[in-house]
Design a protein around this ligand. Structure first.
Ligand SMILES: [Zn+2]
Length: 448
């Protein structure tokens, strides 16, 4: 099962910012390791520093057991003084822990977070952000390798903060909000201290809020619950999680701009244990009406009876898989593929000239009315493909019959000849998409 590493500058940060998501992962069987960076020795009212440390540590253990956290690592830095600690020193500690625990996911303060006035939070955010890539280097901190650890690169980075610049993920935590409330309430000493600061600020303004006073004197669960519910509800509303759902907000990062490409090109490692599915990235979405409009414009009106295909697109017709292309293209293509999959009787006419795939392609030049890659080499490819398949222009076949023919005749070597590196190369071949598509097609028609 995967491990999550949570970097909590102070005892209560983990529960306050990502407690429910941690509880959710713990319930899914993940191992959760919490790193407390400071000793929290100042975060109380009217207690000695020693008593403060003792109480807050005990409360952290209580909160951790509520959330299902397996292990707590104490770094023991003096609280509210992290800014005096070198970023390099802190970074080394984080790199060490990343290499030691090899977490699948890391939860930490967002280095780009706004409205952050706590220097401990900022220092930790910066050092951890950098540790995430430094941990993968074999020349940084070689002393770790002597202890038997290896360079390591974390898959998922979940950044939280008071105000996130680009939040892109609302984790549905409806079933775990209660645990978050209980965990945050377990941090009694820190909660009381926070309420006390509000009391003082209100008093300096010449006012009081009776509810704050009552919560400070007695049970603060109600005030914590109201605040967390409001917050989680607003997140869920903003991200459309559904009526009555609750969310926790993150800036979620994996491969950035390469995410889509890697989703398409990657295949499982032989040695890998089963790991979680990729968390879907937010995609620009078209409404149902926009999709329908799109389809009306790009799909020929008689497509339901007949699909016209140029020579080399016969090859594509055999291995209808996702193509590496722009999002509108893919969206319309996916619709087309879904339609074709369910239409074995669709007529396919082999033509000379451009077809429907051209008009959706990123290489289509609308002004010139032609393929921007030039058509010359395509003509020779078109002719060669039809010739090899034994199809004349103007011929009409059932889609399923054409696919059977392709399954039989387009072996990996033939596909390499037509689409691999060379004169007729196709970018989708290079990505391995068509090879996978043809393997499936051959299996479907029993040619494997
Ligand atoms: Zn904090």
């Amino acid at each position: 099962m995967p491990t999550a590493l949570v970097i909590s500058p102070h005892a209560d940060d983990a529960a306050a910012f990502c407690g429910a998501t941690l509880a959710k992962r713990a319930a899914q069987g993940w191992k959760i390791v919490l790193v407390r960076v400071t000793d929290d020795s100042k975060d109380s009212v009217g207690l000695s520093e020693e008593e403060t440390r003792r109480r807050i540590t005990a409360e952290l253990h209580q909160a951790a057991s509520i959330l299902g956290i397996d292990e707590i690592v104490e770094l023991g830095y003096e609280t509210d003084r992290l800014f005096a600690v070198s970023e390099l020193e802190l970074r080394e500690r984080f790199v060490y822990l990343i290499r030691k625990y090899r977490p699948y996911a890391v939860f930490s303060f967002d280095p780009d977070g706004w409205e952050e006035n706590n220097q401990d939070h900022k220092r930790v955010a910066e050092a951890m952000d950098e540790a995430l890539w430094v941990a993968a280097f074999d020349k940084h901190y070689p002393e770790h390798f002597k202890e038997g650890y290896q360079p390591y690169c974390v898959v998922e980075r979940w950044f939280f903060g008071r105000k996130l610049p680009n939040p892109n993920r609302a984790e549905d935590i409806s079933e775990f909000l209660e645990k978050k409330i209980d965990a945050l309430c377990a941090h009694q000493t820190q909660m009381k201290h926070l309420l006390h600061q509000y009391q003082m600020q209100l008093a300096a303004w010449g006012r009081r809020v009776p509810w704050v006073d009552v919560s400070y004197e007695g049970d603060h669960k109600e005030i914590v619950a109201v605040f967390l519910q409001e917050q989680a509800n607003a997140v869920a509303r903003e991200f459309g999680l559904g009526e009555g759902r609750m969310g926790e907000l993150f800036r979620y990062v994996r491969f950035g701009d390469l995410e889509e490409l890697f989703q398409m090109m990657s295949e499982p490692l032989q040695s890998a244990e089963s790991l979680p599915e990729a968390q879907p990235q937010p995609q620009p979405t078209l409404s149902a009406a926009e999709q329908e409009d799109y389809l009306r414009h790009i799909l020929a009106s008689n497509l339901h009876q007949r699909l016209r295909l140029m020579g080399h697109h016969h090859l594509c017709a055999g291995a209808f898989e996702e193509l590496f292309q722009s999002i509108p293209f893919r969206l319309s293509y996916q619709n087309l593929v879904a339609h074709l999959k369910a239409s074995p009787d669709l007529e396919v006419e082999s033509i000379f000239g451009y077809d429907i795939f051209c008009y959706q392609c990123g290489y289509w030049d609308n002004e010139q009315g032609r393929c921007s890659t030039g058509w010359k080499n395509k003509i020779s490819k078109d002719a060669a493909v039809l010739d090899y398949l034994g199809i004349r222009t103007g011929e009409v076949r059932r889609l399923e019959d054409l696919q059977r023919l392709l399954a039989e005749k387009i072996t990996p070597e033939v596909l390499y000849h037509f689409c691999g590196p060379g004169e007729w190369k196709c970018e989708n071949y290079v990505l391995g998409i068509c090879q996978r598509g043809y393997a499936k097609l051959r299996q479907r028609f029993g040619f494997e």
